[in-house]
Write a protein that binds this ligand. Sequence first.
Ligand code: AMP
Length: 421
Amino acid sequence: MAAFQAPRGTQDILPEDQPYWRHLRERIVHLCSLYGYEPIDTPTFEDTALFARSIGEGTDIVEKEMYTFEDKGGNSLTLRPEMTASVVRAYLEHGMHTLIRPVKVYSFGSIFRYDRPQAGRYREFHQFNLEAIGEADPGVDVEIIQVAWHLLSSLGFRGIELQLNSIGCPQCHPSYVERLVEYYGQHHEALCGDCQRRLERNPLRLLDCKNPRCQPLIEDAPRSSSYLDDSCQEHFDAVRHGLEMLEVPHALNHRLVRGLDYYTRTVFEMWAEGIGAQSAVCGGGRYDGLAEELGGKPTPGIGFALGMERTILAMRKQGLVAPSPLRPPVFLATLGPEARDAGLKLAHALRKEGIGVRSSFGRRGLKAQLRQANKFGASYALIMGDAELQVNKVVVRALARGEQEEVPMAEVASWLRQRLN
Ligand code: AMP
C-alpha cells in the first residue's frame, strides 16, 4: 500500500475518468451559451460569516459540515460549502445590479463539506452552479429548471425526475412553519432523536428525515404548498404552467424543502435513476431574500447546483458513454541520435500546424516504439531513421492497416492533414 492516500472523502480524478468530465463540462458550457449564461469564478474560501449568515446557523452545513479555519492573520475563513452565497456576495460587491437583469452566470468548482462519505457523497466534490439574479418573474424559474432538464436529457439520461415544491415567502412561510411545529409537537414521542432536535432548531428538516419510524408522520404532515399566500400561489402556478408548456413533467414533492435558510418560493431537485440513495444530481431554488440578508438591496434570485461526480456516476450506471480521450493522432518513432534531433524539429513543426504528436523517449527498438504507438491509439506513426534522414524523408505508417509509404519531410504536415481531416 502507498505511504500516503488521498484524504477520506476526497478522490483523484484520473486521466481515464477525464473524458466524462470533459464531456459533461463541454455540454454545460455549450448549453450555457445557448441560454445566455456567462462564466463567473469566485474564491474557494470566504469569510466564515458569509456562509453562517446566508445558509443559516441552524443548518447541518453550518453546524456540522464546514471546513473552517483561522488564517495566520486571525481571520476565520471557510472552504466554500456551496456557491450561491459567494456569487451573490460578488454581485453586491461589484455593483452588478447595474447590468442587464437578470444577471445570468455560471461556475464550476470544488465544494467542501465534512459529511459521512459513501458512494456519491464526498467531502470534496465539484459542482456546476447556475444563477439568475435580479428578476422575480416566474419565467426565470422556468428557464433555470429548463437548463437542468435540457442538460440531463441531452446527455441521454433515462428516468430523470423533476421534484418540485414551493415553500412560500417570509409573509406566508412562518405560518406554515408554525403549523408544522404544532403538528410535530403533538407527535413528539414518536419522533426519532434527530427529529426531536430538528423540531427545536430547524423544523423544515423534519420532512427530510430518512428514519423509517418518521415516514408515516412525514406523509401526513402539513404541506407548504397548502399555506402559500396569493402571490406565492400565483408564482407557483406560473412556474408549473411554464413547465407544462415545455412538456417538462414534474412531481410535486411536499417533502422537498431544501436544507438552507435562504430559499423562498420555488425549490426543486432532479433525480436520476440508478444511483441509489444519493439520487439527486442537482438541486436549487429561489432565494429572494438572500441579497438583503447579506446587506444589499432587495434582489430576487434563483439558481441550482449540479453535482459533477454524482452526474458522472449516474452516466456510468446508465451506460452513457463519454467520447474517447483526446489523444494525439500521430506517434513519432526515431532511431538513433541524429534522427532524434530531426524528430524533435519535425514534431515541433507539426504541433505548430495544429497536428498532435506524441514523441517516443528512451532507446527502444522500432518494434517496441510501434507497440507504444498502438497502445496510445495513434492513427499514424512517423518513423525516422538514418536512411530516411539521408534522403530527407519520413516513413509514415497507417497503424490500423499496417501500410506505409515514404513522404518528403516538407510534405508530412499536409499529407497528415489531408488524411486526418
Ligand atoms: P446541494 O447544494 O446539497 O443541494 O447539492 C447540489 C448537488 O450537489 C446535489 O444534488 C449533488 O449532486 C451534489 N452533492 C451535494 N452534496 C454532495 C456530496 N457530499 N458529495 C457529492 N455530491 C454532492
